[in-house]
Ligand binder design. Structure first.
Ligand code: ATP
Ligand code: SF4
Ligand code: MG
Length: 336
């Protein structure tokens, strides 16, 4: 598949709004949603990156797709079927087809059990494998992620961070998924190991046609992996486009800030000054205007914080959500 080729969506997200704490609380007011009016599609064999600072709603979107949260509004379609259902109401087949690799590799694996148990479980559960057949399949899976078959007899604590992540990927592959939700799968790893895991993900996609929703803080990381990128800020999509489009002006003012920032070693502080936190900036009424107003160097006074921007299409795959016309953004960004 070429990087921009359009095919039938495997996954379609329509106007998703997700809030925490809507059930089982005695709050009088509905909690503020963590995700607002998010729509996108993902094709078979495609990699879509979701990028944004801590708290922008990346994991919340992935959790809703996996059925771990039920949206307050909107729809999730998988192969044209409405799957806006909690995980317990989803079929085993659907459960198998959408696999989630978590931010912390340790949380995918049971630390008290050897890799045989961790890899064997999905093979038993989804395919009813046992004995020699199960062992052969586990060997193939370890081979696919470039680990020796004797890793089967080790505990997760006996593996390096990169090896644990490879086993977590093998565990997800055991289900033979069509979609993998890769939530910060390389953030906890050394930079040298990160590149190897990205290479592995690309190789597996080329072999098996798996689609990835690839979640990351760092725009640079997604540049070589993603076919398309979505930039999120406070639960809203600010810009969507191919990596080539996202990395060259005109871009959304928030993308401009992300590109100018040097990520800090601690991801939770990325893009913020040492004295700041994301919550310092939540002072635009969420349904009033652009949430980026307080930080935006291009903001239009009395407009940006009071009126919702409209989507401006720069190309069929590239759009920004901003009040400033893209021609003006291009001029401002050419001189900055
Ligand atoms: N269990 C929860 N209960 C209440 N609010 C939550 C919960 N989990 C996340 N949130 C809130 O939802 C918003 C989005 O969080 P989310 O974890 O989706 O962000 P994220 O982009 O994945 O961040 P990170 O990069 O730190 O993983 C944040 O404001 C966060 O505080
Ligand atoms: S709408 Fe206004 S505040 Fe928001 S990004 Fe555009 S210029 Fe900045
Ligand atoms: Mg997250």
């Amino acid at each position: 598949m070429t990087r921009t080729q359009k095919v039938r969506p495997l996954l379609e997200i329509r106007n998703l709004q997700i809030a925490y704490g809507t059930k089982g609380t005695f709050q009088r007011q509905e909690p503020t949603p963590a995700v607002w009016d998010v729509s996108f599609t993902l094709a078979e064999g495609e990699t879509l990156a979701l990028v944004g600072e801590s708290g922008s709603g990346k994991t919340t979107i992935a959790r809703a797709i996996a059925g771990l949260m039920v949206p307050r509004q909107g729809q999730i379609l998988f192969e044209d079927q409405d799957i806006t259902l909690p995980i317990e109401q989803r079929s085993r087949k659907l459960h198998r087809q959408i696999q989630y690799i978590f931010q912390n590799p340790d949380s995918s694996l049971n630390p008290r059990r050897k890799i045989t148990y961790n890899l064997g479980r999905p093979l038993e559960f989804f395919f009813g494998l046992s004995g020699g057949e199960k062992k052969r399949r586990m060997e193939q899976l370890l081979h696919s992620v470039h680990l020796d078959t004797n890793y089967m007899y080790r505990f997760p604590s006996q593996l390096s961070g990169g090896e644990v992540q490879r086993v977590a990927i093998a565990q997800a592959l055991a289900a033979e998924p069509k979609l993998m939700l890769c939530d910060e799968v390389i953030s906890a790893l050394d930079v040298s190991v990160q590149a190897n895991i990205l290479d592995l993900l690309r190789e597996l996609q080329a072999e098996r046609g798996i689609a990835y929703l690839f979640i990351a803080h760092d725009l640079a990381v997604v540049r070589w992996l993603a076919h398309r990128v979505i930039v999120l800020y406070q639960g809203r999509i600010m810009e969507a486009g191919t990596p080539e489009e996202i990395f060259s002006p005109p871009y959304h003012p928030y993308t401009e800030m992300l590109l100018q920032s040097v990520p800090e070693p601690d991801p939770s502080r990325s893009f913020l000054k040492a004295t700041e936190s994301v919550s310092d900036y939540i002072d635009v009424e969420p349904e009033m205007g652009c949430p980026f107003t307080p930080r935006c160097p291009h903001r239009i006074e009395s407009v940006c914080d009071q009126e919702m921007p409209a989507w401006q299409e720069i190309s069929p795959a590239h759009s920004v959500w901003c009040h400033v016309p893209v021609t003006e953004l291009a001029q401002k960004q050419a001189v900055s």
